[in-house]
Design a protein around this ligand. Structure first.
Ligand SMILES: Cc1ncc(COP(=O)(O)O)c(C=O)c1O
Length: 391
């Protein structure tokens, strides 16, 4: 049977991984600045994570949400502490799209309204409402099209004000990534996030922070919206939450009340996923990974900004992007094939760096020297730009 051919894959088979390094079947080592798409938060095969999953597996891997699952409460307690959201409630799911789907549905249940504000270049996942709130028509199937979603320009305070003045009382939710990932590492201004907060409060709409990619400590704070000093009503999480074990969740503010049957899932919150997610938070605490993300990220940003060939270096913590000029458009593939470094991309010309939060200074240094040699090699391949001495 063929695999359904939907991914543009690199011709590389990874057979082993540790920390920020992965190895192919020939034993060749690659530096991972991509983290398997922002998923590897505490490093590949972290021993504490492996140990916790292994010992959970020997006790019980799964039972449905029809019985008490104490490890869910242990996870909620740890998450409350690490995120500083003691009063919030946790609902567990399996992926980022599912987290956003439930957040949007919950906002509509809570407000009794239908309109949802999303933003240009947003990516919220591929399930029906999440994809409808994603600004990419090529992945929206006809059945997902809905007039309930409006896309406003990102960081445009006037457009948001105008929308709320006209349709605020019909608006169920505003959903935003504080740093857009797929959209190209575009950072929301603090004042834009603060304005979303105050308009949602004024009109009774739900502020949903999609922290699936930018959250979970990646930017040096637990949530990327924390930099703006605002609290969202609902936070959605996935990617780094399980360090590769599929788990997602939504944090729900105390004023949004549950009722039996309102949300539900078969696999969400299973024992194994909770063990993986608990291990991640324990390591984040023990190894102070938010602080590490902040300091390693600040160092990387400084080094990247000192390279004149890279354009618009931006981001926070270990969520970094820069634009490539035309003459360096093959930089990512050169980095992968010649320098053995994985990086991420955003169309058309953005390089995204999303490494593990414990990348560390040695690996960060290593990356910068491999990047410099890739840039030099590509520059040497360019036809020499000779000055026209006759003019
Ligand atoms: C910001 C954001 N939200 C949601 C998703 C969807 O997550 P998943 O692929 O786990 O469904 C992604 C995935 O890239 C994302 O970057």
């Amino acid at each position: 049977m063929k695999l359904f051919d939907v991914y543009a894959i690199n011709d590389i088979t990874i057979t082993r991984a540790e920390g920020s390094w992965v190895w192919n079947e020939r034993g060749e080592r690659y530096l991972d600045l991509y983290g398997g798409h922002a998923v590897i938060s505490i490093g590949h095969t972290h021993p504490h994570w492996v140990e916790r999953i292994e010992s959970q597996l020997r006790q019980i891997a799964f039972y449905s949400n029809s019985v008490r699952i104490p490890i869910q409460q242990a996870l909620a307690d740890k998450l409350a502490k690490v995120s500083g959201r003691e009063a919030y409630q946790l609902f567990l799911v399996n992926s980022g799209a599912e987290a956003n789907e439930n957040a949007l549905k919950l906002a509509s249940f809570h407000t009794g309204r239908k309109k949802i504000v999303s933003f240009s270049k947003a990516f919220h996942g591929r399930t029906s409402l999440a994809v409808a709130a994603t600004d990419n028509t090529s992945i929206v199937a006809p059945v997902n099209e809905t007039e309930h979603i409006v896309f406003l320009p990102f960081n445009d305070e006037d457009a948001l004000n105008n929308w709320f003045r006209e349709q605020g009382t019909e608006t169920a939710a505003v959903i935003i990534e504080a740093i857009q990932g797929v959209g190209g590492i575009t950072v929301a201004t603090n004042s834009f996030l603060q304005q979303i907060r105050s308009l949602c409060t004024q009109y009774g709409a739900v502020f949903i922070a999609d922290e699936v990619q930018c959250g979970y400590g990646r930017t040096g704070r637990f949530f990327a919206t924390d930099h703006a000093g605002v609290a969202a009503d609902v936070y959605t999480m996935a990617k780094g939450m399980g360090n590769g074990f599929p788990v997602g969740g939504i944090l729900i503010a105390p004023h949004i009340a549950p009722k039996p049957g309102l949300l539900g899932t078969t696999f969400g919150g299973n024992h194994l996923a909770c063990a993986a997610a608990l291990a991640v938070l324990e390591v984040m605490e023990q190894e102070q990974l938010m602080e590490a993300a902040e300091s390693t990220g600040a160092w990387l940003l400084k080094q990247l900004r000192a390279l004149p060939q890279l354009r618009a270096v931006r981001g926070k913590g270990l969520m970094i992007g820069f634009d490539l000029p035309e003459e360096l458009k093959t930089l990512r593939s050169h980095l992968l094939q010649e320098e053995r470094v994985f990086t991420g991309e955003a169309k058309p010309n953005v390089v995204r760096l999303l490494p593990a939060l414990n990348l560390g200074m040695d690996a960060a240094n290593d990356f910068i020297s491999r990047l410099k040699s890739a840039i030099t090699a590509l520059e040497l391949q360019q036809p020499t730009k000779t000055a026209n001495v006759n003019q």
